[in-house]
Write a protein that binds this ligand. Structure first.
Ligand code: 523
Length: 151
């Protein structure tokens, strides 16, 4: 389950989160609820702040990716969620980082921007273009859109 082709070209990776092949795996959720997808606006770092993403974060050493997803949603949004299917694709982020995305459903709680985000929006399929998604998240958002009503 090597996540991607990224080798040792960059010296800027998180060495502690590497997966043994020089790649850091970032997981994110297409959280689907009542026919809408959750979009989260990043508050940092400066070059990403203000852009919208699927919430998630880095998998820690020894952590299962789906467990990391559940942990990140708990930490960042204050909710309990259950991963569903992994969306087909592995999307490159900055050098040495790759993004995997799962659908997820809420088990309990209402998402709040507790850390890393300063706004949240639930978007119906027809509203997905109304926020400025991070470029690297757009293919996953398009995949998630296929799981929303009206597809
Ligand atoms: N992305 C990204 N899209 C996306 C996520 C969740 C992350 O492009 N949907 C990028 C942003 C960062 C890198 O992946 O360059 C790590 O994501 P981050 O900062 O959300 O991961 P954390 O929360 O694990 O990072 P720390 O706050 O540093 O622990």
């Amino acid at each position: 389950n090597a996540p991607g082709p990224y080798g040792n070209a960059s010296g800027q990776r998180d060495a502690g989160s590497e997966r043994g092949n020089g790649t850091v795996l970032v997981v994110a959720a297409a959280l689907l609820d009542r026919g809408r997808l959750l979009a989260a606006r990043r508050s940092a770092p400066a070059d990403l702040a203000g852009r919208w993403e699927l919430p998630g974060g880095k998998v820690e050493p020894g952590e299962r990716p789906e467990d990391a997803l559940v942990r990140e949603l708990r930490e960042e949004l204050g909710v309990e969620a259950e991963p569903g299917e992994r969306l087909p694709g592995a999307w490159p982020l900055k050098p040495g980082y790759v993004l995997w995305v799962w659908t997820a459903r809420l088990l309990s709680g209402e998402p709040r921007p507790l850390e890393d985000h300063d706004a949240l929006r639930w978007l119906a399929r027809a509203e997905l273009d109304s926020v400025d998604w991070l470029d690297q998240d757009r293919p996953a958002v398009a995949e998630a859109a296929l799981r929303l009503p009206g597809a």
